[in-house]
Design a protein around this ligand. Sequence first.
Ligand code: SF4
Ligand code: SF4
Length: 72
Amino acid sequence: MFPSHGIIMPTVDYDRCQACRQCEAAQHCRFKAFVRIDGEEPPFIDVGRCGGCGECVPPCPYDALSAPKIPG
Ligand code: SF4
Ligand code: SF4
């Protein structure tokens, strides 16, 4: 069940994302919501998998994840 209050729905800022070989943000996602079609391309977040925990935001060294909070 997803949290109904204050859910964080992050998105990848493609102006900042460096398409790192190992995405630090993805490594911190326990829901495996980061998807990469091609290893050379930046990842995107599958909203159907995302649990809104926000744990992927701090690990990105390029500050490429924006995390707007949706009020519950
Ligand atoms: S760690 Fe950040 S900059 Fe690197 S691929 Fe992941 S989201 Fe992009
Ligand atoms: S908010 Fe949580 S579930 Fe969603 S992509 Fe980030 S770490 Fe994964």
